[in-house]
Design a protein around this ligand. Structure first.
Ligand SMILES: CC(C)(COP(=O)(O)OP(=O)(O)OC[C@H]1O[C@@H](n2cnc3c(N)ncnc32)[C@H](O)[C@@H]1O)[C@@H](O)C(=O)NCCC(=O)NCCS
Ligand SMILES: Nc1ncnc2c1ncn2[C@@H]1O[C@H](COP(=O)(O)OP(=O)(O)OP(=O)(O)O)[C@@H](O)[C@H]1O
Length: 211
């Protein structure tokens, strides 16, 4: 009887998550400097909602002209105001985007190059379908007050709007409970860099052992 061909090797995948403004992108960038591949679901969501993005016809059909910018892309501020004030609007947007994001991120994980792959997913704990893909879950953690301060400094959003976004996300405790590894990003970028360097060595050796 013919034996089954070996299953195609898939990369070692580290799911990277954290609340808004916790420092996921900063951490992901540092992992990439060490040689990790990166699949970023925020970036995929942005591509899907660019002027020619695959999600735009469905978003236009559901939400109308009010959320479409002059160039045909998603008016992010208009959509943000809508979805973080109305749970049903958020669910409808997620029903359009999340299956597309899940499919595209799975596709990118099969082709990503690197010693291992960082799969950055802000909603890894909240959304189904990601944890089973990950060999490890790494949570970027910092106190909520620092999240608010960083997002405010970066984007100019008001505290009330930042807190409304945070209220839709998993709590700090829920996220920490899902973690295999935790990055404490409540201090300096140097401290972040040192923790990423140590975790990188760990992930590289786990990935090599699995290969
Ligand atoms: C509402 C939108 C248009 C606001 O755009 P904006 O440019 O302000 O934010 P951006 O997309 O860069 O996301 C920034 C952060 O907001 C938080 N966030 C985004 N979407 C959500 C959501 N559905 N629920 C909770 N938090 C969210 C995350 O922490 C994310 O890292 C946008 O966030 C969006 O399209 N969200 C739905 C897609 C989604 O769920 N993306 C998360 C990746 S899985
Ligand atoms: N340790 C740190 N010290 C100072 N500033 C930091 C630190 N870590 C991140 N930042 C800054 O805080 C802001 C938020 O960080 P970053 O964009 O990496 O967070 P994020 O979790 O990816 O956010 P979002 O959920 O909105 O995508 C950025 O302006 C970043 O440069």
């Amino acid at each position: 009887m013919a034996t089954a061909p070996p299953s195609p090797s898939r990369p070692f995948i580290v799911g990277l998550t954290g609340g808004i403004g916790s420092g996921k992108s900063a951490a992901a960038e540092l992992f990439v400097e060490h040689g990790a591949g990166l699949v970023d679901t925020d970036a995929i969501a942005h591509a899907l909602t660019a002027a020619d993005g695959a999600a735009m016809p469905a978003i236009h059909a559901r939400f109308g002209d009010a959320v479409i910018a002059a160039d045909g892309s998603l008016d992010r501020a208009a959509m943000r105001a809508r979805v973080f004030a109305q749970a049903d609007a958020r669910q409808q947007l997620e029903a359009i985007l999340h299956p597309m994001i899940r499919d595209e991120s799975a596709r990118q994980c099969t082709t990503a190059r690197g010693i291992y792959v960082i799969l950055a997913v802000p909603l890894l704990v909240e959304s189904g379908g990601y944890r089973t893909r990950c060999d490890r879950v790494c949570v970027v953690d910092c106190p909520p007050e620092i999240q608010v301060e960083r997002v405010r400094a970066r984007s100019g959003l008001e505290e009330a709007q930042i807190r409304a976004i945070m209220a839709t996300q998993a709590s700090r405790d829920q996220r920490l409970a899902a973690a295999d590894d935790v990055i404490d990003n409540g201090a300096s970028l140097e401290y972040l860099r040192a923790q990423v360097a140590a975790l990188h060595s760990h992930y590289a050796s786990l990935a090599a052992r699995r290969a």
